[in-house]
Design a protein. Structure first.
Length: 166
């Protein structure tokens, strides 16, 4: 199996024959590429899901994006963490980019998670999947978070708290 340029078109060759029906991923010394019906067009942008492994590849101009980064997919409604060309479906942790520190669950950000992640002796307060405060895990006090005063108890926001705080 190899990629070969034939008549100015990149084709998938298997068993010494052009496979005009091959749709999938292939690697060479220049990167990892997406072939559609045996051809590499340098025009495809989108995703490809491997039917055998379930891996989701993110593709730009037929090249699989190899750099680790957060990228918007599905019309920008969901953001995914890409590692080694694939959606990092087993990633459940924080990830930082130029827009902030984010909580990534199963490789994606859906912007609907509010909660606290404890790591080491720190509590990461998360609203809409973005870390908005990093505090000591045992903090209990009123704190301004995202422009609102919140009651924090043992590092976690108590969204239902009503009462008086000193």
């Amino acid at each position: 199996t190899k990629m070969l340029e034939i008549n100015s078109k990149w084709r998938m060759v298997q068993d010494e024959k052009v496979n005009y029906t091959y749709t999938g991923i292939s690697k060479n010394e220049n990167g990892t590429w997406y072939f559609d019906n045996g051809e590499l067009t340098f025009k495809y942008n989108g995703t490809y899901t491997d039917e055998v492994t379930g891996d989701i590849y993110v593709i730009e101009k037929n090249r699989v994006i190899e750099e680790t980064q957060l990228l918007p997919l599905n019309g920008g409604e969901e953001w995914y963490l890409i590692q080694n060309g694939k959606v990092a479906k087993d990633y459940n942790d924080l990830y930082e980019n130029g827009s902030g520190l984010w909580f990534v669950k199963e490789g994606k950000i859906l912007f609907d998670y509010d909660g606290t992640l404890y790591k080491g002796n720190k509590a990461y307060i998360i609203e809409k999947n973005k870390v908005c405060a990093i505090i000591d895990e045992h903090t209990t006090e009123m704190l301004e978070i995202n422009g609102k005063w919140r009651m924090v108890q043992d590092g976690k926001v108590n969204y239902t708290y009503t009462g008086i705080s000193k």
